[in-house]
Ligand binder design. Structure first.
Ligand code: ADP
Length: 318
């Protein structure tokens, strides 16, 4: 699902925030990203949400080449991610329910869906009875759970939480962990950036450890267990293969597209353009507008032939 392949990020000439970072996360995984301050965790997150570009290396999310996403498609891409930022507090001017609903309103959801999803998310983070409270009236743990609920509003494929248990007492920290675990059990891939040894050790799950911009350990188990990551076996998404498959599927589809007998005698170059665009009946051709023809790249000459063809058909069918 997510692949960082030999990713290096340099700020200026002499600051290397990430160096040859390699790891991949499978769909449905629960993992921790740990490491001292300055290790590169935040930079990694910035690259993931395409706030920054790598200096070199590849980042793939669902086989999308993240650094190459055109600007206009970024919002669409970011909707796949749910990020709980360390410093991103809930909106102070809105109560908890409104905070969650607002995230859905931004996505242009219908009123009914907003209501239902908000209800579901409040229940998920066990804050139904706190819905009308404003952030300053909520405890640290409740605010954190509220922020998680809000990050889940767009039903992300991957939830990344940056220090979600920082500043929480153990009971509250474990409540947050339980919620993250439940979210993961329900199918969302979860990655947690944490310094909290107790929390990490409780899960006995994958721990990716960074130091000085490098992944120095990647291992299932405890916070302190160090196990060198495997040398990257280059498992770049089999893009070409996939595209090839897509192509053959398209060809197959085209083959299966039945062509109306009445248009089979159309000039082959025109027919090809129509069939490629899945225009396979005379009725569909009749309904084409000037701009459709332009979009289909029908030349002036072809347009004349087409007009003659249609005229001929209409005369004969009279
Ligand atoms: P972490 O989140 O693990 O504490 P960061 O990703 O914030 O680490 O930082 C990794 C390194 O990159 C640090 O040395 C930091 O000073 C440097 N760094 C991060 N962002 C910038 C920036 N915008 N400009 C220059 N250096 C930066």
């Amino acid at each position: 699902m997510l692949l960082f392949d030999k990713v290096t990020k340099k700020y200026d000439q002499d600051i290397t925030a990430l160096e040859d970072v390699y790891f991949n996360i499978d769909k449905g995984e629960f993992s921790f990203l740990v490491g001292p301050s300055g290790a590169g965790k935040t930079t990694l997150m910035r690259l993931l949400i395409r706030e920054e570009l790598p200096t070199s290396g590849d980042i793939f999310f669902d086989e999308i080449n993240v650094p190459k996403i055109p600007r206009q498609l970024l919002p669409q891409y970011r909707q796949k991610l749910g990020i709980v930022f360390q410093d991103m507090k809930l909106l102070q001017s809105k109560n908890l329910q409104e905070n969650i609903a607002f995230a859905l309103e931004i996505l242009g959801k219908e009123t009914k869906e907003i209501k239902e999803t908000t209800e579901y998310l409040l229940e998920l983070v066990k804050l139904q009875d706190r819905r009308f409270l404003f952030p300053h009236q909520l405890s640290g743990g409740e605010q954190q759970r509220g922020a998680i609920a809000r990050a889940l509003a767009n039903n992300p494929e991957l939830l990344v939480a940056d220090e979600p248990t920082g500043n929480l007492d153990p009971d509250n920290a474990f409540d947050v962990l339980t919620i993250l675990r439940n979210i993961n059990k329900a199918g969302t891939t979860v990655m947690v950036i944490s310094h909290d040894k107790d929390i990490v050790n409780e899960m006995k799950t994958r721990v990716i450890r960074m130091e000085k911009g490098k992944v120095i350990s990647d291992n299932k188990g405890d916070y302190d267990t160090i196990k060198k990551p495997k040398t990257p076996t280059h498992i770049k998404p089999k893009k070409e293969e996939k595209e090839e498959k897509k192509e053959t599927e398209e060809v197959k589809e085209k083959k299966e597209l039945e062509i109306d007998d009445r248009i089979k005698n159309l000039e082959p170059s025109i027919l090809k353009k129509f069939v490629d665009a899945k225009i396979n009946t005379l009725e569909l051709i009749f309904n084409l507008t000037e701009s459709d023809l332009k979009n289909l790249k029908i030349t002036k000459k072809e347009q004349e032939i087409l007009e003659a063809f249609v005229k001929d058909y209409l005369t004969k069918s009279k």
